[in-house]
Write a protein that binds this ligand. Structure first.
Ligand SMILES: [Ca+2]
Ligand SMILES: [Ca+2]
Length: 192
């Protein structure tokens, strides 16, 4: 019977190569190819709106009366705070700014839909995909918007959300080319 004899160094190298192949195949492509998944979130309490109603207050332009109450990261946009505290902030009069990047694996037209209480604005690249900055109940309203995204491209991804009073919900769903609607996958989102 023919036997291959490897030098000890060659044997060690072969074992290292095999171990690397096993570890590499176990990692999802997003971990190999980029930064940490998810989005960064900055949250503000609003103590005094100076007589301005929330729908007229675009926090990315007007931050008067706002104070920083939390900075954190989230895997995706899937929050139902009920009537309680929004992240580490008040239960009412809170604005959140989610920031990061999105990269999809297949080119197509992506339809985003939000279930939010209250206001929600989604911007991808320079395009405002959802503009839904108003008082609303999750039971009665969903906003949608679509955009064409190319596979492998990184687009800046930003959401402004606000909670006026009562129940607070912030959820974002997506469907590609009119297919099944799913919660926005964390693997498509990058913090940097
Ligand atoms: Ca509310
Ligand atoms: Ca509330």
């Amino acid at each position: 019977m023919l036997k291959f004899k490897l030098m000890p160094q060659a044997k060690a190298f072969a074992i290292m190569l095999f171990a690397f192949a096993v570890v590499s195949s176990a990692l999802p492509p997003s971990v190999i190819g980029g930064g940490r998944n998810g989005l960064r979130v900055t949250a503000y309490n609003y103590s005094d709106l100076n007589g301005v109603e929330w729908p007229d207050l675009r926090p990315w332009r007007t931050r008067s009366g706002a104070s920083l109450c939390d900075r954190t990261t989230v895997d995706t946009v899937d929050h139902d705070w009920g009537g309680g505290a929004v992240l580490g902030c008040q239960a009412d009069d809170v604005a959140l700014n989610y920031v990061g990047f999105i990269r999809v694996r297949r080119t197509g037209t992506y339809t985003f839909s939000t279930r939010s209480d209250d206001g929600f604005v989604l911007t991808i690249g320079r395009e405002t995909v959802i503009d839904d900055w108003e008082e609303q109940s999750v039971l009665t309203y969903n906003a949608t918007g679509e955009i064409r995204l190319r596979a492998g491209m990184r687009y800046r991804f930003e959401i402004w959300y606000y909670e006026n009073g009562g129940v607070a919900v912030s959820e974002l769903y997506v469907s590609r080319n009119g297919g099944a609607v799913e919660l926005l996958p964390s693997e498509w989102l990058f913090q940097r």
